[in-house]
Design a protein. Structure first.
Lengths: 217, 203
């Protein structure tokens, strides 16, 4: 950093203060969820909030929200530390087995108890067990699935050719909800011809939609 | 005191477990520049504070990066989706779930109007708790296949008002698609398929 008599030192300090501070996404999400529960401004202005509005909606809302931080007593601080420690240990232990690879496991385990037939043509499952995707592309040498469920990662979910039908297939365990996806056929992104289309062609070709309903209770 | 500390630790661990079960990757790709990430974070935070579903926004960012879109294009897409989500949320009402709002945003993107979504909500009538997600997905699909949005909205509205099941709505979509591929006009296909579905339900 420059000497204090150098006028640039102030810029250095300002630059240092502006530097991005990493915040854990889970903490950030929890804090914002708490804020979301407070009285909030109209949702109509939210996009203008970022892209230019004289008085952003969020700022108008902030005036009504005041946060008071009560000083922690020794006991509360100790309790918090123990609780945090327990939480960190839990996360560390469970991360080895948790969900990110579940989809891949389902794909390699083969058909599950839930009937793949249910989703073979129009991929709408009544359970969250397994959704089977298939594509007829006889001349393709490599087919993969990308979508909201695998972070649009083109190497995460390759399809394999079914010797019986000649189709490219993969079975995935998907959580309930509406998922947007596409196939990557030899590098080209294409929608699923047998599924409902999504109208979101922001980046070229449109995607497809798969609906997975909540498990039966 | 030890018991209290243990209870607190257990409660925290359980809440962490719940968070993990619902966890999606809510980080922004490192391929994006710091200023773009900062802008996206502000936009997504605003959406979250407004009670909108944010997973579609993260997905849109990742899709843009996967498809090699430049950063202004990614920003524009996320901004547009945020507006659509906000409009869909307003049109579908406070009881709408995240999936309905996302499907509603997609229907708006396909050319439907917010009033079409509101009308669909009113048509639900006797099943106020039944999600409209499937109906909205069918609407968006028909509109992207060239069916005039107003025409598609009228047909799907009529089917929803008659308590047609989600499975039947999906069959309806497939049948209309087949008709369109076969060269039938959108108006003719919609009219015939809507009438057929209503007739099937008559005792």
């Amino acid at each position: 950093m420059s000497e204090p008599d150098d006028p640039r030192w102030l810029d250095d300090v300002a630059g240092e203060l502006r530097r991005e501070v990493p915040v854990r996404p889970a903490w950030r999400a929890r804090l914002l969820d708490d804020v979301a529960r407070a009285p909030k401004p109209s949702v109509r202005d939210i996009a203008d909030d970022v892209f230019g509005d004289d008085e952003p909606a969020l700022d108008r809302g902030r005036r009504r929200w005041s946060i008071t931080v009560a000083p922690l007593t020794g006991l509360a601080a100790a309790s918090l530390l123990v609780a945090l420690g327990a939480g960190v240990m839990y996360v560390a232990m469970s991360s080895k087995t948790a969900g990110a690879d579940e989809s891949q496991r389902a794909a390699h385990d083969g058909p599950s108890a839930a009937s793949p037939q249910l989703v073979s043509r129009t991929p709408t499952a009544t359970d969250r067990e397994v959704v089977r995707f298939e594509l007829s592309a006889p001349r393709a040498s490599h087919v993969a699935l990308v979508g909201s469920f695998n972070e649009w990662n083109p190497v995460a979910t390759p399809l394999s050719r079914d010797p019986a039908s000649g189709k490219w297939v993969v079975s995935l365990r998907l959580p309930p909800g509406r998922h947007v996806y596409a196939f990557v056929v030899d590098g080209d992104v294409t929608a699923d011809p047998s599924a409902p289309r999504a109208a979101d062609d922001d980046f070229g070709s449109p995607n497809s939609v798969v609906l997975v309903s909540s498990p039966r209770t | 005191m030890i018991v209290r500390l243990f209870a607190l630790a257990l409660a925290f661990a359980m809440s962490t477990a719940t968070m993990r079960a619902q966890e999606v990757d809510r980080t922004l790709p490192s391929q994006l520049s710091a200023p773009t990430r900062a802008t996206l974070e502000r936009l997504i935070d605003s959406a979250r504070v407004a009670g909108l579903p944010v997973d579609p926004l993260y997905s849109k960012v990742r899709e843009g990066v996967f498809r090699g879109a430049d950063e202004p294009r990614v920003l524009a897409a996320v901004q547009r989706l945020t507006r659509d989500l906000a409009d869909a949320s307003s049109a579908l009402g406070d009881s709408a779930g995240a999936e309905e709002i996302a499907a509603g945003a997609n229907a708006l993107r396909a050319g439907l109007r917010p009033t079409d979504l509101s009308r669909l909500r009113e048509s639900r009538g006797r099943r106020p708790d039944h999600p409209l997600t499937v109906a909205l997905v069918v609407l968006a699909d028909l509109a992207t296949r060239g069916v005039p949005p107003a025409m598609a909205a009228a047909s799907v509205n009529e089917l929803v008002a008659r308590n047609v099941s989600d499975g039947s709505l999906l069959s309806f979509r497939q049948n209309v698609e087949r008709d369109l591929v076969g060269g039938r006009s959108a108006a003719s296909a919609l009219d015939a398929r809507t009438r057929a579905m209503i007739d099937d339900r008559r005792p």
